[in-house]
Write a protein that binds this ligand. Structure first.
Ligand code: GLU
Length: 474
């Protein structure tokens, strides 16, 4: 039975990813919930890199996790613990259990285990170790055989977990076999390592995906065998795709760094992930501080949540409009340099910053934002898209030639430009759009941009007139 954590105990949570590839957004949500829970209760959030699977773990994958967490502002409060450095301690605990008679040496050969597995499969039962060395004298072991160490698990009664999300879940001990805690080569098994590490790190709450729920019973048995108090567990439902299947690449982006590349803001992704599986009334847009103030595990639902990319994109637009213009400008400059092969200088930066309030109104992602700002950083001659080329008829070019001195005479403020454009349209019997659209094509090379007066003001007098001259004199 899981005991309640004494109220006086400081709360410590952890995120324990295996560095085998990317930082999946399901993992990011687990990290977020652990982080928010710890912060809400004034506790600590820790990170453990579960790199014991040497064949599958890579330093690059660890780097991806650390970078992803940093980007999401979910940095741990203590230095990360690398599970692979703790093998001696895992072995020490296994040997302590052996000494106490809570574990035993098992000399079953691979052939014997294969046979047990085959028999179980033939009978349609899950594979189970039959306990053949549980009470056998190790002196009967074949000479030179290296034993694994197995937990002497209780055979009667039930193991129960009072899960903070799933409620009370239990399993009959007769269903669980004696698991290996230390392999014959001296390496710990994953389930054992997790328990020893969580205990030594003082973890009070284990919040993780509900795919780990069945592991929990076995882990609780190790806690009990050691006489350690288990932490509280909270198993959160996994994230599914729109079709109800576990979220994978075929549904869309799943890697946190991919979302970053695609132009999502970390605060938007966190906001979305928070709302995916956790609710507090109607609250949709939540800052980090609001989330910390409100988050608790009783708001976590039991049903699997479905990833909705359209909703995430909408939320991203909301956060984009709230974001600081200087920060967005820095991001746009980096994207233009990287993706559009432009080398924006200080002048381009100034233009982008000036137009940012209007640009961000129209963008859903940083990717869109950079695309819509690219014209401000392009050197002349500008490339023209098809629609812009079609707009720039000889008649339109002539109109732009007569408009140029009118614009030149203004103070190049948004208000001054607006007044001049209106007056020109009226005097020449045109609708404002008939003036603005060819002008937009000349200035941007496309047919979409923020309001024309703001676009002119951001490009500035010299550049605007040069771009107009480039089309009206050709
Ligand atoms: N390393 C496990 C994983 O990446 C998590 C284990 C745990 O949270 O206990 O799925």
């Amino acid at each position: 039975m899981t005991e309640k954590t004494p109220a006086s105990m400081p709360i410590r949570t952890r995120f324990a990813p295996s560095p085998t590839g990317l930082l999946h957004i399901g993992g990011a949500r687990t990290a977020l919930f652990n982080y928010l829970f710890a912060r809400h209760h004034g506790g600590a959030f820790l990170l453990r890199i579960e790199d014991t699977d040497r064949a599958r773990s890579t330093p690059e994958a660890t780097e991806v996790i650390l970078r992803g967490l940093e980007w999401l502002a979910l940095t741990p409060d203590e230095a990360p613990v690398y599970q692979s450095t703790r093998e001696a301690r895992h072995a020490e605990v296994a040997l302590a259990l052996l000494d106490q008679g809570r574990a035993y040496r098992c000399f079953a050969t691979r052939e014997e285990l294969d046979q047990m597995r085959a028999e179980a499969a033939a009978a349609g039962r899950p594979p189970r170790y039959d306990g053949r060395w549980r009470d056998r004298d190790p002196a009967e072991a074949p000479p030179g055989a290296k034993p694994a160490i197995r937990l002497r698990a209780p055979q009667e009664g039930v193991t129960e977990v009072d899960d903070l999300v799933q409620g009370s879940v239990r399993v009959a001990n007769a269903e669980l076999d004696d698991m290996i805690i230390l392999r014959s080569d001296g390496t710990p098994t994953y389930l054992h390592a997790v328990v020893v590490d969580d205990h030594d790190m003082g973890i009070t709450h284990v919040i993780r995906g509900d795919d780990h729920l069945t592991n929990t019973f076995r882990q609780v048995q190790i806690y009990h065998a050691m006489g350690w108090e288990p932490p509280r567990f909270a198993h959160i439902p996994l994230i599914h795709g729109a079709d109800g299947a576990k979220l994978s690449k075929r549904h869309g982006a799943v890697s946190v760094l991919e979302f970053e590349r695609e132009g999502f803001l970390p605060e938007a992704l966190c906001n979305y992930l928070l709302r995916l599986g956790w609710g507090h009334g109607d609250a949709e847009i939540l800052s980090r501080d609001e989330a910390i103030a409100l988050f608790d595990l009783d708001g976590v639902g039991r049903a699997a949540s479905r990833m909705d990319y359209a909703k995430l994109t909408h939320l991203n637009g909301v956060w984009l409009r709230a974001a600081d213009d200087a920060r967005l400008t820095r991001d746009v400059l980096a994207r233009l340099a990287e993706n559009s092969h432009l080398t924006p200088d200080a002048v381009a930066e100034q233009r982008i910053l000036m137009l940012m309030p209007a640009l961000k109104e129209r963008a859903k992602t940083l990717f869109d934002l950079a695309q819509s700002a690219a014209f401000l950083a392009r050197p002349r001659p500008l490339p023209f898209d098809t629609k812009a080329t079609l707009l720039l008829t000889p008649e339109a070019r002539a109109m732009l030639a007569s408009l140029a001195p009118r614009l030149e005479a203004t103070d190049f403020t948004v208000a001054g430009l607006d007044a001049a454009l209106r007056a020109f349209a009226e005097e020449t019997g045109r609708k404002l759009g008939q003036v603005a659209q060819p002008l937009r094509a000349a200035l941007t090379g496309s047919t979409t941009s923020p309001p024309i007066d703001a676009t002119l003001a951001a490009l500035g007098r010299a550049e605007s007139l040069a771009r107009i001259a480039a089309v009206s004199e050709s």
